[in-house]
Design a binder for this molecule. Structure first.
Ligand SMILES: Cc1cc2nc3c(=O)[nH]c(=O)nc-3n(C[C@H](O)[C@H](O)[C@H](O)COP(=O)(O)OP(=O)(O)OC[C@H]3O[C@@H](n4cnc5c(N)ncnc54)[C@H](O)[C@@H]3O)c2cc1C
Length: 402
């Protein structure tokens, strides 16, 4: 991996922006807000959380903070990477509903990279105005780590492409308006070659969905079925049969993902440290126990490594360097770190660590139990740890393909 020199100090202007975001969040989030976990496991609970998300999206857009770095002609502010990072860090730390925003902004980044002038003018401004939500349409029942195996078929007709097939694990698809969809246009080419990407309106006739519960119990993603769905030709993104380069850009430069996990973990870590300070057992705070101190200190070290790797990664991306290996390293680090934190957190809470927020006996509002279950997915979603390590080995270390 490449060596680079960077300065991560905030300027006065950046510090002022950080304060502005913090003040905004204190005002904008509902009172007593602890995080993004829905209150209960039902669809209604997730739907209620989505309403909070929509309200936050509207408020953040009104501040002009969506697409902060994008060109002004597409609704952006042409602002700095550091301010973008500060914004993300603060939103995630405060537990503001973020997933819908991150996948929407990432979709905007992909359109900015591969879209025609007309597509950029038509699709980016509504994102910056906080009017739409996008989903990521990659995985299928037989195409996860081996994404190039995707089979959802797109057949060209005179004025459109006709889609047939299935996607799965589509986070938030049931709330989304649009999806960046990866399809197979030529089954006779080698599997990486016959892929084409489309911008698809999820309200199109022929699309049906079935919600899938996650391990936490929350139905937060969906299977999406495409039955003779007609997509206008002007919605083809990039070139026909060259969709693999769009997928690589989308997957490998999903640079925020590992960092998002680290930022998320920092909030729960701080809550855990506070709990260990304030909780007395046999007349002594937990924080005095050597094992507890040592494990907390190790987590603090890991978090700091993650924070620095995240800053480095974003700096490299903003300076046009390849981040394929670094983004994968970040993902492994982020997901594994949250799992270690959740594991230790539930141990510290003892039997209380198994209780949901709804229980009157729950500690830390049931966050550790939620994190324990939610963190299993964090070494799978957006690329499993095994797949990410393969990329680090091949691209970062230059080892031969396994
Ligand atoms: C919470 C969550 C949200 C998600 N959201 C979305 C979304 O919004 N949109 C979307 O398109 N997808 C989404 N996904 C899907 C996700 O991208 C896939 O789950 C992921 O790519 C893994 O694919 P898979 O589940 O098919 O597992 P598989 O690829 O079948 O992997 C199964 C196991 O085999 C291992 N394995 C596979 N290949 C190799 C190899 N070559 N070498 C070593 N080990 C290997 C894997 O590491 C894993 O342990 C989401 C998944 C989760 C869990």
């Amino acid at each position: 991996m490449e060596s680079v020199v960077m300065d991560f100090h905030f300027t006065e202007q950046e510090e002022a922006f950080q304060k502005e975001v913090r003040d905004f969040l204190a005002e904008a989030l509902p009172e007593d807000w602890v995080g993004v976990d829905p209150d209960g496991h039902s669809e209604q609970a997730v739907d209620q959380l989505h309403q909070v998300y929509l309200e936050m999206r509207r408020k953040i857009a009104a501040k002009g903070w969506l697409g902060l770095m994008w060109p002004r002609e597409y609704g952006g502010q042409e602002d700095s990477l550091m301010k973008q990072l500060i914004l993300e860090q603060e939103l995630i730390y405060a537990g503001a509903p973020y997933w819908g925003l991150s996948v929407t902004l990432m979709s905007g980044d992909i359109i900015l990279q591969f879209g025609t002038e007309e597509q950029k003018r038509s699709f980016l401004p509504p994102i910056t105005r906080g009017e739409v939500q996008w989903a990521a349409g990659m995985s299928e029942p037989n195409a996860g780590s081996d994404l190039a195996n995707l089979q959802l078929r797109a057949v060209e007709e005179l004025d459109c492409f006709v889609l047939n097939g299935q996607k799965t694990w589509q986070t938030g698809a049931h709330y989304a308006d649009w999806v960046i969809l990866y399809t197979r246009t030529d089954p006779n080419l080698s599997k990486h070659k016959g892929i084409t990407t489309f911008l698809v309106d999820l309200r199109s006739p022929g699309i049906t969905m079935r919600r899938i519960p996650q391990m936490t119990g929350h139905p937060a993603f969906s299977e999406v079925f495409y039955d003779n769905v007609r997509v206008p030709k002007e919605n083809l993104l990039g070139e026909k049969n060259k969709g693999w380069s769009v997928a690589l850009f989308g997957v490998y430069t999903e640079k925020g993902f590992g960092q998002m996990l680290i930022n998320n973990a920092r909030r729960d870590f701080d809550l855990l440290v506070q709990y260990c300070r304030e909780t007395y057992v046999d007349g002594q705070p937990l924080a005095k126990r050597p094992l507890v101190r040592s494990r907390l200190a190790q987590l603090a070290i890991d978090l700091e490594v993650g924070r620095n790797l995240g800053l480095r990664l974003n700096w490299m991306a903003a300076n046009g360097r390849s981040i394929v290996a670094e983004a994968s390293a970040m993902r492994v680090l982020g997901g594994s770190l949250v799992q270690r934190l959740a594991n230790f957190g539930t141990q510290i809470l003892g039997l209380y660590g198994q209780l949901d927020e709804q229980s009157k006996w729950a500690k830390l509002r049931g966050r550790m139990k939620y994190l324990y279950l939610a963190s299993v997915a964090m070494t799978i979603e957006g690329g499993t740890n095994e797949a990410s390590r393969n990329i680090v080995a091949r691209v970062g270390l230059g080892l031969p393909k396994g």
